[in-house]
Design a protein around this ligand. Structure first.
Ligand code: GLU
Length: 306
């Protein structure tokens, strides 16, 4: 596996220089663009990695999966009274649909949906940022994990669009907590700094019927795990979920920090990171790396159909 990962990075490295790192906040705009790493975490607990797999990066929207899992963990099916699990077909930060659909976000992986999930968690936890940090530390088996304060503060400074979405949902009666407090929690989660190895390990339960391969902790039931994977497969890659299904064929979740998490059910989780993004906001080299990996191992969940 190590040789395969090294070879995949060699093949995708020429793509670096053809994308652009996220520009919406200075803290991300200055990330060194030519970093590239990949880590695989098997359901047997083995870790394989190549490149910059131990370098922490800003997980950004990958955190939306942690928030969703936390919310499902304490509130189960009830969360779907507040939002849907349909692809949006709109940009992740679009407000158009939210107005038309009366403040009920399409899914938990667009910003409006993630904010509703954070609102649900805000009602549950006395200190949501700390609860999340400890949850992620436990899942990843890394007690050092923390949010990057500079990124979180920068997100807060440029919060206008996310704040507008939250206030719009409040106007529709779909937001219960103080908007500013929920935004702070949301930005904290986005600003968590994790390496490819951390991310692959933390989400190992998604490949293992809900149980953390390392500790055995049951994070979600097998049915809930299937459902989270289904939402990732249909809505995890911004406006490119269809393209990702076509090229890679795995449940996945990307973030504008350039990370992509993908799940090969029953086998492993994988995290790839390269900060330069394509026009849809997904890691350019990361997408290609996952395409090559999926092809090499016959990993596509659609392979049974071909
Ligand atoms: N913090 C970002 C935002 O809310 C998340 C972007 C992303 O990774 O999709 O705009």
């Amino acid at each position: 596996m190590h040789a395969l990962l090294t070879d995949i990075l060699r093949q995708v490295r020429p793509l670096i220089g053809q994308g652009q790192v996220a520009q919406y906040i200075p803290a991300l705009a200055r990330v060194v663009p030519d970093q590239l790493g990949i880590a695989v975490y098997g359901v047997d607990g083995q870790v394989y990695s190549a490149g910059d797999a131990h370098t922490p990066f800003s997980i950004q929207s990958i955190s939306k999966v942690f928030s969703l899992v936390q919310a499902i963990g304490h509130s189960g099916e009830a969360i779907w009274e507040r939002l849907g699990h349909e692809p949006s077909g709109q940009a992740f930060n679009s407000m158009v649909q939210l107005e038309v659909e009366k403040g009920r976000p399409r899914n938990p992986f667009i910003n409006a949906g993630a904010l509703v999930i954070c609102d649900i968690n805000q009602s549950r936890f006395a200190a949501p940022a700390l609860s999340m940090r400890d949850f992620v530390r436990r899942l990843a088996g890394n007690a050092e994990l923390a949010a990057d304060r500079v990124v979180a503060d920068s997100e807060y400074q440029f919060r206008a669009r996310n704040a507008a979405m939250a206030y719009l949902m409040q106007a529709f009666g779909n937001f219960n907590n103080d908007v500013d407090a929920v935004l702070r929690s949301y930005f904290h989660h986005c600003a968590l700094a994790m390496s490819c190895v951390d991310v692959a390990r933390a989400f190992g339960f998604l490949a293992h019927r809900g149980a953390n391969p390392h500790t055995g902790e049951v994070v979600l039931s097998a049915r809930q795990t299937q459902q989270v994977n289904a939402v990732m497969a249909t809505s995890g890659l911004y406006d490119e979920a269809g393209n990702f299904a076509y090229r890679v064929g795995l449940p996945g979740k990307s973030g504008v920090g350039g990370g992509i998490l993908a799940v090969v059910p029953g086998r492993f989780t994988v995290c790839v990171w390269s900060p330069e993004l394509n026009a849809a906001g997904n890691s350019l080299a990361g997408m290609k790396a996952l395409e090559l990996l999926s092809e090499q191992i016959g990993g596509s969940v659609f392979s049974a159909l071909g």
